[in-house]
Design a protein around this ligand. Sequence first.
Ligand SMILES: [Ca+2]
Length: 81
Amino acid sequence: MCYVIFFRQNHIQDLFLKLDRDSSGTLERGEIIKVFKQMCAEPSEAQKLFDNADVDKSGTLDKTEFEYIWYTLFGDKNFDG
Ligand SMILES: [Ca+2]
């Protein structure tokens, strides 16, 4: 459940901006996997989540793809952005 706590402390858009350290508008695979691990996801699950979210298979997540992960994990009811 720790990932839910993590989510509640950070709005999705704020979290994206925080993770996008070089302001490229995308998050790299390694950064996302690291976040998922902090959210207590299993490494294999983290990889799977990333692959599912990376719709265009670019190897990075843009904001839309990042939000998709949150919709997938938490559903609309927890999305208050
Ligand atoms: Ca992508």
